[in-house]
Design a protein around this ligand. Structure first.
Ligand code: SF4
Length: 257
């Protein structure tokens, strides 16, 4: 202890007393916090199950093809808006064949409210043509085949495979999953491809479909992008995100917004 006098040992008569060296202080114990420890991930999953039981895809659809088209339209757009647009769209173009026979320009007015409508029109017509020409009018139930369709990346393919075919072959990474996985320190990546890879390592495979649905609901209701509602959040005392609005736990130096 700095400033404390060293204790003098009792010496036998006739010998000089030895001075005992003060013991060096023990180094501070290293923090054992591991954000991807299986027990922490399990805790997160249990709390999500309790808060968001039986959640499903919010995009209205009656077939794999409708879900695929709705998912393409949902990029940079709310599901509520997509659900307003798709009933009229599917009335005009009720099958992949009908949409494949249209031109993107014909669809543009219908898709305008969803934003980026020129690109989206090209994608949905292109995807419908691919389904008709390569897969006999049926949406394939394999990742590799889905990824050959124009406008279909892993996110859309995972939505269709998970929500329609009930195949958890990946994790849907949309804007909510992207943001919240980082806030919960389940990944440090900042691009959907690597975030998905990280999540596939820490979330048990049977939970992949449900996990993304639950996180998407969480992102809409509480863990919103600006000013998340941390005081109402069931994950609050195990969340160390840098941009929490209220916290009962230490915010770690490595925490991310
Ligand atoms: S505590 Fe706040 S930042 Fe963390 S998950 Fe909950 S709402 Fe999101």
């Amino acid at each position: 202890m700095p400033g404390a006098k060293a204790k003098a040992a009792k010496a036998p008569a006739g010998r000089p007393a030895k001075t005992l060296k003060p013991k060096p202080a023990k180094p501070a114990a290293k923090s054992r916090y591991d954000p991807i420890a299986p027990e922490r991930v399990k805790d997160i999953l249990n709390r999500l199950d309790e808060r968001y039981p039986n959640v499903t895809c919010a995009l209205h659809h009656t077939s794999a093809w409708e879900l695929l088209i709705a998912t393409i339209l949902s990029a940079q757009c709310t599901d509520v808006m997509v659900n307003k647009v798709t009933p009229g769209l599917f009335q005009k173009y009720p099958t992949p064949q009908a949409m494949a026979a249209a031109t993107p320009e014909q669809l543009e007015p219908d898709l305008r409210p969803t934003g980026f409508y020129r690109n989206k029109a090209k994608s949905v017509v292109g995807a419908s043509r691919g389904i008709v020409e390569k897969f006999g009018g049926h949406v394939p139930d394999e990742m590799d085949k889905l990824l050959t369709l124009p406008g279909v990346a892993r996110k859309t393919a995972n939505v269709v495979l998970g929500s329609w075919f009930r195949q958890g072959v990946g994790v849907v990474v949309d804007t909510h999953v992207h943001r919240i996985s980082r806030r919960l320190e389940l990944t440090r990546a900042d691009d959907p491809k690597n975030i998905e890879q990280d999540l596939m390592k820490v979330v048990p495979q049977p939970k992949w479909i449900e996990f993304s649905h639950q996180i998407i609901h969480h992102g809409r209701s509480l863990c919103i992008a600006r000013r998340p509602k941390c005081a109402e959040c069931p994950l609050e005392n195990i969340c160390h995100a840098a941009d929490k609005t209220w916290s009962t736990v230490e915010i770690h130096k490595t925490a991310q917004p």
